[in-house]
Design a protein. Structure first.
Lengths: 151, 272
């Protein structure tokens, strides 16, 4: 447990540093301005990972704890919520996404051989699978949002 | 997914490579391609995944880096999830207002069955198509199909094929498709935001990115909706597959193949 926490902290420092630099190059936010935000996000993530380790019931994924924790901490009226929102606003979402997909790319390379063996039928069905889920949700959401007059 | 492997932080080769990718891709920046009335957004994250795959085939990346990269995707995704959460809190009133849309769009994830299953059957795929189209085929669904049919069954081969497809191509495809669809269809960006929770962290990031970039004035609400939908899918997605997705796919497959081919319908009954 302690070893895991140490490992996570070190990894978050590495990833956080990359996000700060990416955030600076791509979105012109000075690293020191975004530092409190990235530290906040890291602490929330770390707390979620630790809660997941401590709770014996493992069916709830750790990202659920992280999402809910971050959500609760920033509900208007919760002490400190405004400060957390102000800090984390400086960390651009796209700056977080870039290192994720860079790691993903390097990890994906190993599946490339399998991928090239898939055949054209799988590729077509695969695109329909992704589009179906995405468009299906979007259409349902759109209809209901319009019915409610939100959009 | 638990991260058990230790000392991944010491894999400096991996981190330096990723850092280099981040620097290069962020310098390239965001570009737009006009395609008819729509726009395809090219984001740094899209270049990053392609450069990452490319680097795998150079001597710079060894098997070890590629193996270590996988849990690092998970660790870095947690920061994205935290970012989702802190955007969602302040948007609580909007989330409550849009609550029904958020809940019901989960059912929209079943759209994959109605779009992809007919295509798969039309292309002549047999029971593989059940594994392929009952969901978007990420890890929980791989486990579900393996549990129910076994990984070497036709259904198992099907879900495995889509898993591999999604792993390699999913984020690239969603990254290109999401911004384009949002600019050519009359569907509102908020509805697309809710659709980005499809049960895969990197695909969510890839499909959300172009929305945020294309509608900067709506970015905060888009992120909040996306985060809420992502959370809902991560908790309910597997149960939706077990209770609705898989039975509906089975049923629809039987209806469609009965019309198409009596023989294959009989043989499939033996399997089920």
């Amino acid at each position: 447990m302690l070893k895991s926490v140490k490992e996570w902290v070190l990894l978050f420092i590495i990833i956080g540093f990359m996000v700060l630099i990416g955030n600076w190059i791509g979105y012109s936010v000075m690293p020191f301005d975004a530092l409190p935000g990235i530290i906040t996000l890291t602490l929330i993530s770390l707390a979620g990972l630790i809660i997941h380790q401590l709770v014996p019931y493992k069916k709830i994924p750790s990202i659920a704890y992280i999402g809910i924790l971050a959500f609760i901490l920033t509900i208007p009226g919760v002490p400190g919520s405004e400060q957390i929102v102000a800090w984390t606003t400086d960390v651009n979402l796209l700056a977080i996404a870039t290192p994720i997909l860079a790691y993903a790319g390097i990890s994906i390379g190993r599946s490339w051989d399998l991928f090239t063996k898939l055949g054209w039928k799988t590729i077509i069905v695969g695109m329909c699978v992704l589009l179906g889920s995405y468009l299906g949700s979007a259409v349902v959401a759109d209809i209901i949002l319009r019915m409610q007059g939100i959009i | 997914m638990a991260v058990q492997a230790l000392n991944m932080w010491k894999d400096w080769r991996l981190h330096v490579l990723v850092f280099a990718i981040v620097i290069v891709t962020e310098f390239i920046g965001i570009h737009e391609i006009q395609v008819g009335p729509g726009v395809i957004l090219l984001l740094p994250m899209l270049y990053a995944v392609i450069i990452g795959i490319g680097l795998f085939f150079t001597p710079l990346v060894k098997e070890k880096q590629s193996i270590n990269a996988e849990p690092l995707v998970f660790i870095s995704v947690t920061l994205l999830i935290a970012k989702f959460g802190v955007q969602a809190g302040p948007a609580l009133p909007q989330l409550i207002e849009a609550g029904w849309a958020l809940v019901f769009q989960e059912i929209g994830n079943l759209g994959t069955i109605f779009l992809a299953l007919p295509v798969a059957v039309y292309l002549g795929l047999k029971r593989e198509s059940i594994g392929m189209t009952h969901s978007i085929g990420r890890e929980p669904n791989l486990a579900l199909i393996t549990d129910k049919y076994g990984l070497s069954s036709p259904e198992g081969r099907g879900v495995m094929a889509i898993y591999i497809f999604g792993t390699v191509f999913g984020s690239i495809f969603m990254g290109l498709a999401s911004g384009f669809l949002a600019t050519i269809t009359p569907i509102h960006p908020y509805a697309f935001a809710m659709a980005t929770g499809i049960g895969s962290g990197s695909m969510t990031a890839a499909s959300l990115g172009p929305l945020v970039a294309a509608f900067p004035d709506k970015a905060e609400t888009i992120t909040a909706f996306s985060g809420a939908s992502n959370l809902l899918t991560s908790v309910t997605g597997l149960y939706a597959s077990i209770l609705i997705g898989l039975p509906v796919t089975e049923k629809l497959y039987q209806v469609m193949t009965r019309k198409k081919d009596q023989d294959s319908e009989k043989s499939s009954r033996v399997v089920s």
